[in-house]
Unconditional design. Structure first.
Length: 388
């Protein structure tokens, strides 16, 4: 059984790592990996392959930067010949980036079954490009692998057949649990120089960073917070350009001498995990960081008006605080006073989501449980959502 896996951006790499590992254990699966090149530089791609022991891609499409529409169309044009040549039994896509949508669309047009990992997440905000990607990908996928209960509810409400929906857990947590033992003090060097407790900041959503007036107001609030507690800010390439427009030049230096916002280049996975693990709290607009902080037990303030990951709010350390500067200041004061949310038990976030997904793929394609696996059978695996 040949499964073609499509990735292209930093969040995809974190999710595909445990899946490729499990597929390579299988006696019945031949996994192929296609890197679209959506994130093409060393900081956003190569270091993740190295940190997470992801095998070299079988194909690298080397797409060029551009708008969402142009990028999706270019990926599809370059991916179609690969699928025609390889004739996979299924195409697996992860997350909600342009590469996810392009992979699903190309496969669907060619009549190849699509499996979507991290299906069903919804912010209910169609202004977010990621939301469009999620909705369309789920609509054309044949197997829907869900990371949290809200995803099951969303998919069933949208009319997806119950037998195609599987609540399997979170593959990002698989990666995190496997990586924790490999994080050391040397990986936290950006924070080690501060000699005090610190906060972590990540920002990249176009709804914020592409709006100069809004970004300027939020940035002013962050600068004030930086005078209370040092902020370590690994700067996403998109955000770097917008900061230059505001008159700031991100660098790899130590930041302001008297605290403030310490802007540094993007970090590899292990470095960033170390940074989060030791932080007093994290401020972010990233979906994945909301999940990672919940798993780590680190307080998280989401600088957005919504989240597609409500489980991190109801059961985790996350609080959605919006983009009003005054509210952001109040929430930080609340954390600095020693008050924060505590994470509760996270259903199926046990580090074995990839095992469950690969098991279901094997069974869906009529591969026997015993013959499919080199390793002993799992003690439990996910059944279709709602099944007894």
């Amino acid at each position: 059984m040949k499964i073609l896996n499509v990735v292209g951006a930093r969040p995809n790499f974190v999710k595909i790592a445990p899946l490729m590992g499990e597929m390579r254990k299988s006696l019945k699966i031949k996994p192929l990996l296609v890197h679209t090149g959506q994130h093409y530089d060393t900081e956003m791609s190569d270091t993740f392959f190295r940190d997470l022991h992801i095998p070299e891609p079988n194909y690298h499409l080397q797409v060029t930067p551009g708008s969402s529409a142009s990028q999706v169309s270019e990926i599809m044009a370059r991916l179609e010949p690969v699928m025609v040549a390889e004739r996979p039994d299924a195409v697996l896509v992860v997350g909600d980036v342009n590469s996810t949508l392009a992979g699903a669309l190309t496969a669907s047009k060619l009549g190849v079954p699509v499996a979507h990992v991290e299906a069903g997440l919804r912010s209910f905000d169609r202004r977010m490009p990621e939301e469009i990607n999620r909705v369309v990908t789920d609509a054309i996928s044949d197997l829907l692998f869900v990371s949290e209960p809200s995803g099951v509810e969303n998919l069933l409400r949208e009319g997806r057949p119950r037998k195609q929906v599987f609540l399997v857990g979170n593959v990002m947590i698989d990666t995190l649990k496997r990586a924790l033992g490999r994080t050391g003090s040397e990986a936290a060097s950006p924070a080690a120089r501060l000699e005090s407790r610190y906060a972590v900041l990540t920002l990249h959503r176009q709804g914020l960073v592409d709006d100069p007036a809004l970004f300027g107001r939020v940035w002013s609030a962050l600068e004030e917070i930086g005078r209370r507690i040092p902020i370590v800010f690994p700067v996403h390439p998109r955000t770097r350009l917008r900061l230059r427009g505001l008159g700031f030049e991100p660098s790899s230096g130590n930041g302001h001498e008297n605290g403030g916002i310490h802007m540094i280049p993007p970090l590899g996975y292990l470095e960033f995990l170390s940074l989060q693990k030791a932080a007093a709290f994290v401020m972010t607009d990233s979906g994945g960081v909301q999940e990672e902080t919940t798993a780590l037990g680190v307080p998280c303030l989401t600088l957005r008006e919504n989240t597609e990951r409500p489980f991190t709010v109801t059961h985790g350390t996350n609080k959605v605080v919006g983009l009003d500067p005054e509210r952001i200041r109040r929430e930080v004061e609340w954390l600095l006073s020693g008050r924060s949310k505590q994470a509760r038990a996270t259903h199926l976030w046990d580090g074995r989501a990839a095992e469950r997904i690969v098991r279901i793929l094997c069974e869906h394609f009529q591969a026997g449980r015993e013959s499919c696996w080199k390793a002993p059978a799992m003690s439990a695996w996910a059944s279709p959502a709602g099944a007894s």
